[in-house]
Design a protein around this ligand. Structure first.
Ligand SMILES: [Zn+2]
Length: 217
């Protein structure tokens, strides 16, 4: 598919943000457990002066529909459970997504277990998609990092990371929960959360360059 590069900046696997999704081992959890997916191609309108999240789109290669990126958001309950890819509500097909390398590896190693059920799992998943995307109004979705919300979102993220890295992970890998690691986490995650919230605020609200109107048009 050819896109208008005068209007859109094209995000593919070569974009650092997407590349990070592919190579960060931790994100395999997001893909495999939560079913969070990143499309192979995203378009960002560089001529619009709207905040970043309001000028990001996902094109469907099957029907050419251009979907607002917020179609797949936590507020809609559609950010997760997208194990087989992003569902296109216009044509009912699946928009191709990139794969995290570590989830690919895990999937390959465990293929003998789930491979048998792949077809029925996918059919079952696909049959449930249409209703998830019914009556979506992406314009009503507030940016969780806008205004003063960024630090609340940052703290929520910190809480999630603390629980995952200081409580759940030590239990899984057998090292056990220690006071030292809890204390470390209580310092590291709020600070990281502060930076995370702030970075996301700057990033999601960044405006494109609106084309200046000249006397000719
Ligand atoms: Zn489509």
């Amino acid at each position: 598919m050819n896109y208008n590069t005068d209007k859109y900046k094209i995000y593919t696997w070569k974009t650092p943000l997407v590349l990070h999704w592919i190579i960060n081992p931790g994100l395999a959890i997001n893909e495999l457990i939560f079913g969070q997916k990143v499309p192979k191609v995203s378009l960002v309108d560089k001529t619009s002066d709207l905040p970043f999240i309001e000028r990001s789109f996902v094109p469907c290669p099957h029907c050419n529909a251009l979907h607002d990126q917020r179609t797949w958001s936590t507020q809609n309950g559609t950010a997760f459970k997208n194990w087989f890819g992003l569902y296109c509500k216009s044509c009912g097909k699946i928009i191709p997504c990139v794969h995290n390398l570590f989830s690919l590896l895990i999937l390959a190693l465990t293929f003998p277990i789930w491979g048998w059920f792949r077809k029925s799992l996918k059919e079952n998943w696909l049959s449930k998609q249409a209703q998830r995307f019914e009556n979506l109004d992406t314009t009503k979705i507030p940016n969780p990092f806008d205004g003063k919300n960024w630090w609340i979102s940052g703290l929520k993220w910190a809480g999630f990371m603390f629980l995952t890295m200081q409580v759940i992970w030590p239990l899984l890998d057998g090292t056990g929960i220690t006071w030292e690691s809890l204390a470390k986490g209580a310092v590291i995650w709020p600070i990281s959360g502060f930076f995370f919230g702030f970075t996301m605020k700057v990033f999601t609200t960044k405006r494109g360059r609106k084309k200046e109107h000249t006397l000719i048009d």
